[in-house]
Design a protein around this ligand. Sequence first.
Ligand code: HEC
Ligand code: HEC
Length: 389
Amino acid sequence: MRRWLAIIALFAAMLPAGSPPGSTAEILLTESEIAKALSHGPWPLPGARDMSNRASGDPSAIMLGRQLFFDAALSLSGQISCASCHRPLDGFTERKPRAMGFELQDRNTLALLNLRHQRWFGWGGQNDNLWAQSIAPLLKPDEMGFREDRLVSILASAEFVEPYTAIFGPLSTHSVTESLVNAGKLLAAYLETLETGRSRFDLFRDALAEGDLVEAATYPQAAQRGFKLFVGRGRCSLCHSGPLFSNGEFHDAGRPYFVEPGRVDPGRHGGIEALRRSPFTLDGQYSDDNERSEAWAVRTVVQQHANFGSFRVPGLRNVAQTAPYIHDGSLPTLHDVVDHYSNIDLERLHADGEAILVPLRLTEAEAADLVAFLESLSGAPVGGIPGPN
Ligand code: HEC
Ligand code: HEC
């Protein structure tokens, strides 16, 4: 490690002095910035089976889950499927600011990629596992709703009956709630397979890790300057850290949280409330992990006033494909997000102790560099079976 850092320093020193920036391929990062670049990989991350879901990793469950995902018959009206909002061709999200089920929802549709590496689900972290989050829209009458008879007839159909029984046992022995949870586990088995591919940034990061400076230097100069801002003056990587570009926790990024006059989105505060009430957590009776090895998180979570207006730090992989942005979809483009951080209104920060964020007052060129870096985090979706449309 030390050795190639020394080699990079040597390489940098050999570059012709005074050459105008951007004219030649060169590495603009300092040693400590290179170390930070390495911390955002490698990608893809190895993924373990979800112990709380007996269907996790089972090939027939993945196929059935995919079937359910595209099946509008699951919904109360027979017209809305998961894919109506999570559109495969739009990065498993949609272009609307806020989702529309039977009624307008309060929040922007989250993209369904790289979910197997997450601990909390939803903008407020209202679920601690993927199968519970996968049935949440069915349990909400104003989002999808569901009809018990339809669910049972799908699960009992010729296509489902055999693999369902092999995984969960005979349907006839299951209550409606158990059947619904099992449908959630099939959906989760499918969703786990959806991952983002390797991005331009990953090639840069791995070239640095391998000491391949020629390859590393081909990463665009604007993206390199943007990365320097991201880990430096912008302090973005304090929250958007690691291979997912998220610490997985909840923060106040200074966006307004009124849904309409007189009504707020409580964010993490409401998420913790929901976790406390939910029978579907990793600590509850529907988890297949008898050891409850991951249940410590939900057991130890503490609700504080500062959780109001805090939302889950979104991962930034494929972020260029998931506009509009923020929990309520109120920022249409990445330029708008960067402008928000550049001119952040400190009065807006409701949570205490978020002194990390200060108005950055970026020049237009700096803002463009930061956007160039964010755009370099995209890779074509890989793995999984994206499915129709
Ligand atoms: C009406 C639009 C709509 C439909 C239909 C819908 N979703 Fe969602 N989905 C959303 C919205 C909005 C969010 C963010 C919810 C929140 O934070 O409260 C979300 C969040 C999620 C998440 C959490 C992702 C994360 O990063 O934490 C999962 C998983 C998910 N949906 C799966 C599904 C599945 C499975 C279905 C079908 C059974 C479905 N959704 C149907 C709009 C929809
Ligand atoms: C204090 C932690 C924190 C810091 C520092 C931070 N962010 Fe964020 N970021 C968040 C949170 C939380 C959200 C979601 C806010 C919301 O929904 O209200 C977010 C949202 C975003 C989004 C929108 C993603 C999406 O899918 O909607 C982008 C892009 C983003 N941040 C980039 C940046 C950049 C660039 C910087 C540095 C200039 C930065 N962030 C600094 C916590 C942070």
